[in-house]
Design a protein around this ligand. Structure first.
Ligand code: ADP
Ligand code: MG
Length: 320
């Protein structure tokens, strides 16, 4: 099947047809209309086989995750996703793979009413590039630089399961089948916290999505805001699977491994009750894990006062 047939067959049919898309897939470029009173928020993320997903990952999961990580970035800004574009390079036109990939991609796109409006296709190593665009109310986006001294720090969901999933897939960790399935699913199918991002925008100050490990990502908030983020280790939300099977991996894995795709954000202490309520309404567990102080960097302290200092902070492609 040639390039144009693949585009027609696998990337032009989708259930989402947005009113704000004037020209979608099929011309030299797409045209959309953006509401005049909202800001346009754009992000892009690349996925490489063997680096961002294990070689064995099923095509459906690659398609899903390629979009999910981008929607997660929009969520961390408090933006509502609207459109996406897709770059795909692959060694051969494996139609079974392409079919699975596009099904995973479009399943998540439909869930968030996101329309694919263009892309490109090439022969080469397996590389997926996705751009996601959305809108946000002016002055309501959550910037990494907006944490204020006295803020409480929150994180959604639970940390560490995806890291366990990666170890299991890589054959570095043996787990009971049912636990393995759960944590591998967490790795392959992160749920972007879009609704949470939208709900806390306007209340929260700084936010980031936890893609490289909480320690590293919260470190970005601390650095951009010029503050210290102090977190209590006993307050970090860990799943019962991690507690039971990941304990020996410890905080190094729970706090310094990627792929959780939870939201970490700060907000004035007085909004705590309101934020916990938002979590309950959305059925997203939210934990208050610490607070913002004067200073710099992340301080992770156990209940007995000992500080956890990571061997390495989180995923970093060009780290020495
Ligand atoms: P051009 O040569 O002008 O770059 P292409 O032949 O690459 O055009 O693409 C034709 C149309 O198909 C364009 O609208 C482009 O955005 C779209 N397209 C190409 N590849 C993809 C893809 N993987 N997913 C979605 N749309 C795609
Ligand atoms: Mg092209």
């Amino acid at each position: 099947m040639d390039e144009f047939s693949i585009i027609r067959e696998y990337f032009s049919r989708q259930v989402v047809h947005r009113d704000d898309v004037i020209v979608g897939v099929g011309d030299d470029a797409a045209i959309v209309t953006a509401p005049p009173d909202l800001d346009l928020v754009c992000t892009t993320d690349m996925l490489l086989e063997g680096i961002h997903f294990p070689d064995s990952t099923e095509a459906y999961a690659v398609g899903y995750k390629a979009l999910a990580v981008n929607l997660s970035d929009l969520a961390a800004m408090g933006a509502r996703p609207a459109w996406t574009t897709l770059l795909l390079s692959m060694p051969t036109a494996d139609l079974g793979w392409i079919k699975g990939f596009s099904a995973g991609f479009f399943a998540l796109a439909a869930e968030y009413h996101v329309q694919l409006i263009g892309g490109d296709l090439s022969r080469g190593p397996l590389v997926v590039g996705v751009q996601a665009l959305g809108h946000a109310a002016r002055h309501q986006v959550m910037l990494r630089s907006a944490a204020a001294v006295g803020d409480a720090i929150f994180v959604s969901g639970q940390l560490g399961d995806a890291a366990m999933g990666l170890r299991a897939v890589q054959g570095r960790m043996r787990l009971p089948a049912e636990v393995r399935d759960r944590v591998v699913h967490r790795l392959a199918y992160p749920q972007p916290r879009v609704d949470l991002g939208l709900a806390i925008a306007g209340i929260a100050h700084a936010a980031i999505d936890v893609s490289d490990g909480l320690f590293s990502d919260l470190g970005h908030i601390a650095a951009s805001s010029g503050v210290t983020a102090r977190i209590g280790l006993d307050l970090i939300p860990i799943s019962s699977d991690f507690r039971e099977y990941g304990a020996e991996l410890g905080w190094q894995t729970a706090l310094c491994s990627g792929d959780d795709y939870e939201l970490c954000f700060t907000a004035a202490e007085k909004h705590t009750a309101q934020i916990i309520e938002i979590g309950q309404e959305l059925n997203v567990p939210l934990s208050k894990i610490g607070w913002i102080e004067k200073g710099q960097g992340v301080k992770a302290v156990a209940a007995d006062g000992t500080e956890f200092v990571p061997q390495h902070q989180g995923h970093n492609h060009f780290a020495a």
